[in-house]
Design a binder for this molecule. Sequence first.
Ligand code: WTA
Length: 631
Amino acid sequence: MLTKIENLSEYFLSYEKSIANPETFWERIANQFFWRKKWTKVVDFDFSRAHVRWFEGAQLNITENALDRHLYTLGDKPAIIWEPNDPNELGITLTYKQLHEKVCEFANVLINNGIEKGDRVIIYMPMIPEAAIAMLGCARVGAVHSVVFAGFSSSALADRINDCEAKMVLTSDGNFRGAKVIPVKEVVDEALESCKSVDTVLVVERTKTEVIMEKGRDLWWHEEVGKVDFVNKAEVMESEDMLFILYTSGSTGKPKGVVHTTAGYMIYTQYSFQNVFQYNSDDIYWCTADVGWITGHSYIVYGPLLAGATTMMFEGVPTYPHAGRFWEIVDKYQVNQFYTAPTAIRALEAFGQEPIEPYKLDSLKVLGSVGEPINEEAWHWYHTHIGKGKCPIVDTWWQTETGGIMISPLAGLTPTKPAHATLPLPGIRPIIVDGEGNELKGKGVEGNLCINFPWPSMIRTTYGDHDRCINTYFSTYPGMYFTGDGVKRDEDGYYRILGRVDDVINVSGHRMGTAEVENAINEHPKVIESAVVGYPHEIKGQGIYAYVICDMEDRSEANLKKEIVSTVSKIIGPIAKPDKVQIVPGLPKTRSGKIMRRILRKVAEKDTSNLGDTSTLLNPEVVEKIIQGAQ
Ligand code: WTA
């Protein structure tokens, strides 16, 4: 493939070219796609207005590039291989031809049910092929999909439906997750009690869980598919037409809807996929993420399919029915590229080597890591026991907002270094700044990570609130996109991501705003005030530590803590449950009333020998009490 970098010197050359002349660089890559009409301008941007446009004037449909384009050459090649939760159930393989047919068919179902270009459709589904078909079906008709991770609660789902005023929800009767069956349709029903915009709910039959089908609103997926044929003419989209919205947590307020558009996202996800993973034409690629997160969007569905790859989808969890499940799947399908999160690696490491022993794992060529910093120990374990010392690890740094991988080794080309994301991809210009926004040049520097030139798959806006996009990403350091991450550029010029520098914590690779968890805790009627911080957690990377001031009148402390945890689970979902709750008599505050989180973080980290300057504290006496009661 023309845009596949084959060796390290070619990488450096491409990088140089991409900086010297970004327009020519991206245009050459764009030329390999199928366009209904070519562009008039490659890039137009003004970061002060969060204004970014790529390939303006062009027209296309992303599914014609992910599917139709491959039919002649790759029609019988597996596009998606699906492995169910239960190893005794048969998996499903869809070739490019079959997937194309199913996507066209489903596009017709959407049209039949009144979905038009620009309408928003929520996808709240398990990891089954229909989830990918749903996303692609929306893209085919020009509807904007917004996938909501099916572990979110009904109230979190309702917030997202209402924020984007979705017209339709796609879901299933239930989800298989390990030994559990989760009644997701019920969650949708509850959410819809507070949503006015939804006309239709399409339900995939997966678990045969009994569900209530509301007349005039709820329809069975298979029945609707039975009413249409599989001939569908893709909607012609403009380059900057919205492709999807994905909600993600930030340091303030409710989760925001990150908006990605069509052409730039398409080009960058394919380009980054084939280069980072060094995918070869007969490889089997497996990313273990859920389609509810950006990794599932860019590197299970869009990137691999655009590149004509075989991509696996796994419905289950790493430890069901046993802790060797991942490795069993790798051997069963002879997986070549395996991409997962450090939290999964650490969780599996805790089971020791026994679960790995029955499997050969000799098909593996590349291992990937994403979502949070990978600690050196986990890196070495992954490298030695899974990669058998011969597979390069691509530690890929990126974000929901970046759309694609930004800093990462190219597998087998870039020499790796444990816990280092290494070097930027061509076209990506990282810059390190201090607190005042001064650039820290050279090697051996540490500061805040910004990007100072646009790339095709970057965030375009936050849905319904463009000012929020400007304020969150483009105002801290004018003229640059601010990532919210701290970073070090080491003596080799390699980047090492140090973690968030804002009030976002990263729990098992999931982003969580501390304010969001606090708001959920505060919903409990006995809670007066709360403060949430992250602390180092052996498996999850970071755990959630909540300090809570409560009215204790008629509750025991133990009961109250349990109720607080279940309130968070109900309002956000089980992934946001605090690991530790400490009932405190007060919170350390400055004279201006701001909570001194620095102190709370130190207590949570059990590092109270030096609390730093506490002279501005209004209530220093409370600190001692907090330290005494720490968990
Ligand atoms: C963190 C996930 C260190 C980082 C694709 C970022 C990482 C946030 C890495 C985005 C990595 C992601 N090393 N940290 N390789 N990858 N992060 O939006 O803090 O769910 O800002 O996107 O995860 O999380 P998000």
